[in-house]
Design a binder for this molecule. Sequence first.
Ligand SMILES: C[S@@+](CC[C@H](N)C(=O)[O-])C[C@H]1O[C@@H](n2cnc3c(N)ncnc32)[C@H](O)[C@@H]1O
Length: 438
Amino acid sequence: MNLSQANQELDILLNYLKNSRGCDLTGYKRSSLMRRFQARMLQLKIDNYQDYLEYLQNNSEEWLTLLNTVLINYTGFFRDPESWEYLATEIIPQIIVSKQSDEPIRVWSAGCSSGKEVYSLVMLWAEILGIESCLKRVQFYATDVDEEAIQQARQATYPSTPVRELPLNDEPTLVMSTALGYAENAHQQHATELTGLSPYLLEKYFHHDKQGYTFNLQLRRTIIFARHDLMKNAPISKIDLLVCRNVLIYFTPEYQATIFVRFHFALKDTGFLFLGKAESIFNNRPIFTPVSFKHRIYAKGLDLELNDHLLINPKLHGSRSKERLDIKNSFWQTAFEMNPLAQIAINLNERLVSTNESANVLFSLTLNDWNLPFNQLEPGKLVGEMKTFYENPHRVTLTDVEWSTATDTKYLDISIVPVYDKKKTLLGAILIFSEKKS
Ligand SMILES: C[S@@+](CC[C@H](N)C(=O)[O-])C[C@H]1O[C@@H](n2cnc3c(N)ncnc32)[C@H](O)[C@@H]1O
C-alpha cells in the first residue's frame, strides 16, 4: 500500500473514532499516530487500516486499548531531574516570594498520567514549604483525558517491579538531583515504577506494603483529580504553576497554539509554565517568554489579542465556509468566556456544559463541580427548580435574589435564557448572573 492510500484509510479510521466514539485524534501528529496504530495492529497481526477498522467495529472494547496505545501513558517521578532541580531552586522560591505568607498557591499538572508527576510536585512543595504549610496553602489539580490513568493516579500505589513500557526515544534518565537530597538512587541499573525516588523520599512520603509503595494519604488530599481534555475543556484558572510535560508533543502545531492560549488564561500574571524537554512554544506572538529555555520553563509574555482568542477554536482551517463558521463560533465562544458577567450553561440533565471565568470566580467553581447536579451547586440553589423552567421555556429574569455567603450578603439579578438547536429542539439554558452593587 502506498503512503497516500494509507493516509486515506487512516482518515476513515479517525473519522470513525470521532463520530462513533467521540474520540477525536485528528489533532495528533500523523507520524506518531501511524506509529502507535501500527504497534497495536502488529499485536493483532493486522497489516492495514481497513481491516483494523473492521476489527474496531466488531470488538467494542478495542478502542480503549487503542487509546491507551496511542496516548502511551509513560511517566516517571522527577522526569528530567535537572529541570526539576531548576524548578525547585529558581522558580518555586519566586512564586513563594511573590505571595503573602498565608496566601494560597495553585498548581496544575495537566496530562498527569498515573500521578507520578503530581506526586513529584507535592513532594517538592512539601520539602520547600514544610509539610504543614504545604497542606494548608497548596491546592494541586491533576488532570488527564484518560480516565484509567486518573484512576491509577488516585490510587497512588506503585509497585517496585520493572516498568513495562518506555516511550519512544526516551530512556529513564538516571542523573539525579542533589539539592533536595534525592541523589541516592543514581546507581540504579534498571528502571522501575519508583525510578526517580530516593530512599529518603520513599521513606518520608510513601507507605510500603505488599501492593507496593503508596503515597501519603494526608498529602494526597491536597490534590483534586479530574478528567480533563486539554483540547476541549475550559482551563482551570488562577494557576501559579502549570506543569504540562510530554503531552503537547502529540498535538499538531494548530492544536498546540490553541492550548497555549488556554494556558495563558489559566495562569496568573506571575505564574509559570513548565513543559517537557522535547516541547517548545511556537505562537506567532510571544504570549509566553522563556525563563529558561533549557528547562522549558516560561512566564507570561504579551497579553492575548482577539486573534489569539480566535485560536481557542482550533479548527480554523479547511473549507472557506467552514472557516467562516468556525470564526463565527469562536467569536461567540470568546464573548461567552470573556464576558464580565458570570455565565453558566447547563443541559437538560441539569449538568454544567460551560462556565466562564467570571462564574468560576464568583461561585468558586472547581472541576469537581462538573460531576454534580446543578441544583447542588451554589448558583443552582439560587435559581431553584430548572424542571419547571424546562416545561415552559422562555426568557425570565429573577431580580434581587439574595445570596448569603460566608462573608457577606449579595443581591443578584439572574437571567435564564433557553437554548435551542437549529431544529428548535431545546438543548438547555444559559444563566447570566449580575451582581448588584450596594
Ligand atoms: C507521555 S504522558 C506524560 C505524563 C506526564 N506529564 C510526564 O511527563 O511524565 C502523556 C499524557 O497526556 C495525556 N493526554 C493526551 N492527550 C490529552 C488531552 N487531549 N488532554 C489531556 N491529557 C492528554 C495522556 O493520557 C497521557 O497520560
